[in-house]
Ligand binder design. Structure first.
Ligand SMILES: [Zn+2]
Length: 269
């Protein structure tokens, strides 16, 4: 018996998480237990769901996040693999509720799978999104090969250099990842500094943030949209690399062509 049996709309969201987890594995972006997904599922928590008993003791988040009072999340489990989550999301992740102190949580369903060690940073991002009225419910961290490779070149770490190059590879990149790629310099994984820098980059108007020599962190309305943004950007990186492999520097669309795209399609940048 799973909580998903009683909540078909919640099941539809978790099914999307499982589908995306499979894509991450197929693309080679999710080696071992690499990557994380956290989804705000508060909208599905009705009276009956809120009355469910906890299946874990309260656990500290490690920080206080006032906007998360009464919120519910699905989180990938610590040490769990995306390829396993794709088959069985409720054995490789769990649904948690944030307690009224906004500093601790308890696991509610289906199994006492401890959430990812990245939970504090993911929740800090969701706290920021809710505080600032974003419609975003999903956060995704993954290791897209070509995008990460680009961060080993200093020139691509300067503000919007990679964004401009990726946008110029095919028109769809700017259309479907219209805020571009924010850059966060290398910082220790799981650190408070990395979480704070990620939130700063989101507030600087990026939906996808690149962590130098590590991976991306994306936020979107749902997990499929978050995946799509990363997929579109990585595709552009692959086109760039394909051109380089053919022995030339890809020309890229002109500034005028990209400005025209923004004007005609009403893009934000
Ligand atoms: Zn990572």
């Amino acid at each position: 018996m799973s909580i998903l049996d009683k909540y078909p709309a919640l099941k539809a969201e978790i099914d999307k998480v499982a589908e995306v987890a499979g894509y991450l594995w197929q693309k080679g972006w999710a080696e071992r237990n690499g990557g994380n997904i956290t989804i705000n599922v508060t909208e599905y928590a009705d009276e009956a769901m809120r009355a469910l008993p906890a299946i874990s003791a309260p656990r500290p988040i490690g920080t206080t996040l006032p906007a998360l009072k009464g919120c519910w999340f699905y989180c990938k489990g610590t040490q769990k693999r995306m390829r396993d989550l794709a088959r069985d999301p409720m054995a490789n992740g769990s649904i948690i509720r944030i307690l009224d102190d906004c500093a601790s949580y308890e696991i509610v369903a289906d199994l006492p799978v401890a959430p990812t060690s990245e939970l504090p940073s993911h929740l800090a991002v969701h706290n920021y999104l809710l505080t600032n009225n974003y419609p975003y419910k999903a956060s995704l961290h993954t290791h897209p090969i070509e995008l990460v490779a680009m961060t080993h070149a200093r020139k691509f770490l300067e503000k919007d250099v990679a964004t401009r190059l990726l946008w110029s590879m095919i028109p769809e990149t700017k259309a479907f990842c219209p805020r571009g790629l924010g850059i966060v310099p290398y910082m220790l994984p799981s650190s408070v500094e990395l979480a704070d820098a990620t939130i700063q980059a989101i507030s600087d108007d990026y939906d996808v943030v690149m962590w130098e020599k590590h991976g991306v962190f994306a936020v979107e309305k749902d997990i499929m949209d978050a995946f799509d943004q990363v997929d579109v950007l990585n595709k552009a990186a692959q086109i760039y690399i394909a051109g380089k492999n053919m022995g030339f520097e890809p020309e890229g669309m002109t500034d005028g062509q990209m400005a025209e795209l923004s004007a005609v399609f009403g893009l934000p940048k």
